[in-house]
Write a protein that binds this ligand. Structure first.
Ligand code: EPU
Length: 417
């Protein structure tokens, strides 16, 4: 198990570039299976991308992944050797289901896993695929789908779920009838997927009321395009800047337009920043004040920035409150912050209070999931003494070379394997 050792450091550089979005890259990689060849750029070099690569290679795809460019040639696919056991290693593997169904008419996989942030059912995805005509079956951990989509025009509901929306878009592309997805998620990564699929010939229309209409069309043979930069990484870096910069930090490719709810909240906490093109300059915060945040679907406050924001709150005067409405297990990691002398009250599975300001003290702590792992890394950066953070493979699932990048702007983080 890898551990990060974090001791007190000092800022050594003033700027940092945001890497590609995990939650856009993973469905885009899955959608390459709908094409003969594909080339995606700005793909983050993270373990979840390598997992998808391993699965695709087990199908016979020829994949190269160098310098953030992912190329794929699907000339010789065969489902017989599919490494179905790999699916349980990440939730996003469910994006592979529709392309595999349209290519092979069947797929069996272990139940998709992912970060442990509460109940994470995929009932909506299964029901959506069934409504489009596919049959499903689950025996213990093994989930299978087979059959063909029917040809009728059909409406399905995604209940604002990112996963359901993208799975249903990918399923709709292999159909003859028109597919209408109601209550679709409009997160930036969903838009990135739609944009690239449209450029590759897909007929996808978006309505103001979160309805996506996909008409049958013939796709081009090649998919190409750029993965957007990651607004969650950008927000995480903004908090690092506010808490640790000597004076300020410039965050390039920050996706400022996607961060309005987050930036409005931290501004209320008295974090000062400036926007220029897509560079966000965040100043070292002084006199932070408590706030109340409620996570929501986009464009609300992103649930994935809830945990880094909790560290900011621990340094703010007064009582802050987090209301996490999407996931009911996503506040439990705060017990780790308590080990560092954070003052926390978990009110119920969806609400927590953070009393500030507290001087955090380094100790041995754990990453519970990707985002709270990053939050604990930030806590270690501002704590006195040494912090030993274990289970850091969670962080490496979604933040590209995070330690190396942070070492580039801020000294004193070491990784031991
Ligand atoms: N849900 C269901 N049934 C389903 C699908 C979802 O009940 O079939 C529920 C979920 O349990 C959750 C809510 O609907 O309570 C929202 O889930 P959603 O499908 O939107 O989330 P997801 O697809 O599981 C993605 C990201 C998460 C991010 C959420 C919310 C990927 C691979 N994961 O998850 O990212 O928190 O959207 O924006 O895109 C992360 O990056 O750290 C991460 C957890």
């Amino acid at each position: 198990m890898s551990i990060y050792t974090i001791t007190w450091g000092a800022q050594t550089r003033w700027e940092i570039w945001v890497s590609g979005s995990k939650n856009a890259a993973l469905p885009l990689i899955a959608s390459t299976l709908l094409f003969e060849t594909a080339e995606l750029t700005n793909v983050p070099d993270i373990s979840d991308v390598h997992l998808m690569k391993d699965i695709l290679e087990s199908l016979g795809s020829k994949v190269t992944f160098e310098k953030n460019t992912f190329t794929i040639d699907n000339a010789h696919l065969n489902i017989t050797n599919l490494r179905q056991e790999l699916f349980k290693k990440a939730r996003a593997t469910y994006y592979l289901i529709p392309p595999l169904l349209s290519r092979f008419g069947e797929v069996s996989l272990t139940y998709p896993g992912g970060c442990s942030i509460g109940k994470r059912p995929i009932d909506g995805i299964v029901k959506g695929l069934e409504k489009l005509g596919y049959a499903s079956n689950q025996i213990d951990e093994l989930l299978s789908f087979h059959g063909q989509s029917h040809a009728d025009d059909t409406s399905v509901n995604a209940y604002f779920s990112v996963g359901s929306t993208i799975v249903l878009i990918l399923a709709a592309l292999g159909r003859t009838g028109t597919t209408t997805i109601e209550l679709a998620a409009y997160e930036p990564h969903v838009m990135n997927v739609i944009e690239l699929l449209r450029e590759a010939g897909a007929d996808i229309a978006l309505r103001y009321d979160h309805t996506i209409i996909i008409k049958s069309t013939t796709l081009k043979k090649h998919l190409t395009g750029k993965v957007i930069s990651d607004y969650i990484v950008s927000g995480t870096l903004a908090i690092i800047g506010a808490l640790t910069a000597e004076e300020y930090i410039d965050i390039h490719d920050a996706r400022i337009g996607d961060l309005t709810a987050f930036l409005t909240s931290i501004e209320k906490m008295w974090v000062r920043f400036e926007k220029k093109d897509d560079t966000l300059r965040v100043y070292r915060a002084k006199n932070l004040t408590a706030a109340h945040i409620q996570t929501n679907i986009y464009p609300g406050f992103p649930t994935d920035l809830q945990s880094p924001t909790a560290i900011l709150m621990s340094q703010a005067d007064g009582v802050s409150r987090i209301h996490e409405i999407l996931f009911e297990g996503r506040l439990n990691w705060l017990v780790e912050l308590e080990k560092m002398r954070g003052h926390i009250a978990l009110m119920n599975p969806h609400e927590a209070m953070i009393f500030g300001k507290t001087a955090l003290r380094g100790t041995k702590v754990s990453s519970w999931d990707l985002r709270s792992g990053a939050a604990m890394l930030i806590a270690g950066m501002i704590a006195s003494g040494t912090t030993e953070l274990d289970n850091v493979s969670h962080i490496e699932r979604g933040y590209e070379n995070f330690v190396e990048r942070l070492q580039g702007i801020w000294a004193k983080i070491e990784k031991q394997n």
